[in-house]
Design a protein around this ligand. Structure first.
Ligand SMILES: NC(=O)c1ccc[n+]([C@@H]2O[C@H](COP(=O)([O-])OP(=O)(O)OC[C@H]3O[C@@H](n4cnc5c(N)ncnc54)[C@H](O)[C@@H]3O)[C@@H](O)[C@H]2O)c1
Length: 351
């Protein structure tokens, strides 16, 4: 087994890479497992699982990422008499990881949490860095806390049962990380697409390790998202707007982010920020994974006022400042800036 430790203001965090799915041993003061209906079988089959410990099985999916679910976890923890030093263990995708860590941060003002991510997105991104939370009202992740996992247990083998659509969604975030921080990872994505799409486990392990290291370095430098951590929103301003305008659930998050990255490159080139040769290199790689790089995403083709509606959605996004939208743009790989952009320039790259 391999491991990697990084240091956050709250203390060290260790990512452990296991051959088969494995959960941490519970301390003498006990613990609680949290999974969803799809990840419960993985938890029950995991090495180290204690059947006697309390287990909360949530309904899967973003629709259940709310305070009600967190309350269920807290009720079960209290009902089982857990102490402040009992361990919360989340086994699942980003939704379960974010909520388990949030519940742990609230329990007795902060109990320890370990995460066992089971989606590519959660392994490469969501389980690393301590952002926890739930959706509230119509806003994603707007109630939450910073409460990092002490240990993150990764087993690539757990991705075998992950539905294709979820796997591809995670890959878009891997591409984002590669472009922001990891030229070698980008090279792997551009040259070894077939093995990646076939989920070659040795290669995936390398891909995930590179993502984990890149994300860990960012959160070490900017734990509370005061600056650089914002770069992780590359492709997301366009992507969220597409998800909203197309109707939530119509376009997957990953498809939207990949399309958004292509739009951000077009916008950067238009503004003289992005090297045209860089965009010309990256766009075909995005397309080779089957993601749209068209100015008008196929989900919106033929609809009226697409650009204006997308711009409106961006302006309603919580990241706006003083009416103008801020974009993460790239000069080239590993060279990123955040800047406000005039509406007219945004409109120009949307059709
Ligand atoms: N905290 C952070 O820094 C951070 C970063 C990025 C994303 N996120 C959050 O992550 C969430 C998205 O995470 P996600 O994409 O993992 O979605 P998810 O947690 O909803 O999982 C996707 C689906 O796959 C199922 N699933 C999970 N693992 C499985 C497996 N191994 N086999 C079969 N089915 C499995 C789940 O039950 C679910 O139905 C969003 O809520 C987002 O806000 C958080």
């Amino acid at each position: 087994m391999d491991s990697f430790t990084f240091t956050l203001p709250t203390g060290p965090a260790t990512v452990l890479f296991h051959g088969g799915i494995s959960v941490p041993a519970l301390p003498a003061s006990g613990g609680i497992y949290v999974a969803d209906r799809n990840t419960e079988p993985l938890l029950r089959a995991a090495s180290g699982f204690s059947p006697a410990a309390p287990l909360v099985v949530l309904e899967p999916g973003e629709a259940h990422k709310n305070l009600k679910s967190v309350e269920r976890v807290l009720e079960a923890a209290l009902g089982s008499g857990l102490a402040r030093d009992s361990l919360f263990v989340g086994v699942g995708g980003g939704v379960v990881c974010d909520m388990t860590a949030f519940a742990a941060s609230l329990y007795m003002r902060g109990a320890p949490v370990d995460l066992v991510p089971t989606t590519l997105l959660a392994m490469a991104d969501a389980a690393i860095g301590g952002k926890t939370g739930v959706d509230f009202g119509s806003y994603k992740n707007c109630v939450g806390s910073f409460h990092p996992a002490r240990q993150i247990h990764v087993a690539v083998a757990s991705l075998r049962t992950l539905p294709e659509v979820e796997y591809r969604s995670g890959l878009a975030e891997v591409l984002k990380t590669a472009l922001l921080y990891a030229p070698k990872l980008y090279q792997i994505m551009s040259e070894r697409r077939d093995e990646i799409l076939e989920r070659d486990e040795a290669l995936l392990l390398e891909v995930i390790k590179r993502c984990v290291q890149a994300k860990a370095r960012v959160v070490e430098r900017d734990f509370r998202e005061a600056g650089e951590r914002m770069f992780l929103n590359l492709g997301h301003t366009f992507g969220h707007a597409l998800e909203t305008v197309a109707g939530l659930g119509t376009v997957t998050h990953g498809d939207a982010v990949a399309w958004g990255i292509a739009r951000a490159l077009a916008l950067g080139e238009r503004l003289g920020v992005t090297d045209p040769a860089y965009r010309a290199e990256v766009v075909p790689v995005i397309a080779s994974y089957g993601w749209s790089v068209d100015p008008v995403h196929p989900a919106l083709a033929g609809q009226a006022d697409v650009a204006a509606r997308l711009l409106e959605a961006m302006k309603n996004d919580k990241k706006k400042r003083a009416g103008r939208v801020r974009f993460v743009l790239q000069r080239e790989i590993n060279s990123t800036v955040v800047q406000e952009v005039e509406d007219a320039d945004v409109i120009k790259v949307l059709g």
